[in-house]
Ligand binder design. Structure first.
Ligand SMILES: [Zn+2]
Length: 353
């Protein structure tokens, strides 16, 4: 089937020269790529179930309560609804809350009240994303509450003016140490995930580290290496986490909290994806590949030729990596192609040979 499109003129840079072409009609693709997703029953059934070892660590959460709580000791409590994770720290002088997820943020004040009668004094934002701080509106009427965040996070939230994400009241550029009661919290800026910066939240007395949207214990990272806007920084993040002395770790998502082992395993996975993509991409004879594709479609559709090349590197990388990881982390068959794609963008445009 063909549909008529009004004649138009477009310019394209081909072989370093600007050329002009005129088109009068366009064939409609048989199956638009946006519609060939994974939501059909057949496609869904092709995926492997969550690894049993990971399923066994799901928190048992009462739906009527909406969250679960884990006591890490030294006043540190972790919260989760099996989708998102956050934490809070009880001190002699009040409570410091770390993130307020949109999903269960409204329950955090009651969770705190279950373990202490001290008031909530501070709320720390890990980064701007609404799924992690969009429940902060529930803290609106807490008297004298300090909301602490990076200056860039605050600038973004002021501009956004989202009623669900309260505006920070205390900001800093790179690092800040909070002292409240008898406890210390170290906040340090990193840039592995969101455009406006991410915080490492460290409580030395509890040997606790929170780095949201970095490592999801038991699983591969979420799509595109956790939506990282900076894969270069993401690659460094693992050693930056491991430089801390910690026993308990919160990455902000899904089922269980983590340990150093989880960080080490995700580091190994990420480096394997990166090195494999780099080897396959750099080993491809592009000139020969392009010539082969041009035999079918001609040489002028450079976007399509280039897409075919990126798709081949992606396909070959996934085929090699999937058997190595499918039984070691959950979600490999779900997100590996997106991880390969994120690494490929880095390898082709940022990396050295
Ligand atoms: Zn995020």
């Amino acid at each position: 089937m063909k549909i008529l499109i009004f004649p138009f003129i477009f310019a394209a840079v081909l072989g370093g020269q600007i050329t002009f072409a005129q088109e009068s009609s366009q064939p409609v693709p048989k199956q638009p790529s946006a519609l060939t997703g994974t939501d059909s029953p057949e496609a869904l059934r092709e995926h492997v179930p969550v690894l049993p070892a990971v399923r066994a660590k799901y928190w048992n959460i009462d739906p009527a309560v909406g969250y679960g709580m884990k006591d890490f000791g030294n006043g540190l409590y972790a919260l989760s609804d099996n989708g998102w994770q956050s934490a809070f720290l009880v001190t002699d002088a009040g409570v410091i809350v770390f993130d307020a997820p949109a999903s269960y943020g409204k329950h955090i004040p009651e969770a705190v009240a279950k373990v202490t009668n001290k008031p909530i004094k501070m709320l720390v934002y890990s980064h701007i994303h609404k799924d992690h701080i969009g429940g902060s509106v529930a803290f609106k009427s807490i008297p004298g509450l300090q909301i602490i965040a990076l200056d860039t996070v605050s600038d973004f939230l002021k501009e956004m003016n989202d009623p669900n994400r309260l505006i920070p009241t205390v900001t800093f550029k790179t690092s800040k140490t909070i002292m409240l009661g008898n406890k210390t919290v170290e906040l340090t800026r990193h840039n592995y995930h969101s455009n406006e910066g991410d915080l490492f939240i460290y409580v030395p007395e509890a040997k606790f580290l929170m780095a949201v949207d970095s490592v999801t214990s038991g699983y591969v990272p979420f799509q595109d290496f956790d939506l990282s806007t900076n894969f270069h920084e993401y690659l460094k993040m693992f050693d930056e986490i491991l430089a801390y002395k910690f026993d308990n770790f919160i990455g902000g998502h899904l089922t269980d909290t983590g340990t150093r082992k989880d960080v080490e395993l995700t580091k190994e996975y990420t480096n394997d994806v990166y090195q494999t993509v780099k080897r396959i991409h750099n080993g491809l004879n592009e000139r020969a590949f392009d010539a082969e594709i041009a035999k079918t479609i001609g040489p002028d559709n450079e976007f399509l030729i280039f897409k075919a090349l990126l798709d081949k590197v992606t396909r070959d990388s996934v085929a090699e990596l999937e058997p190595r990881w499918i039984n070691r982390l959950a979600g490999v068959d779900v997100w590996l192609p997106s991880h390969v794609r994120a690494a490929l963008i880095y390898v082709r445009w940022d990396d050295k040979e």
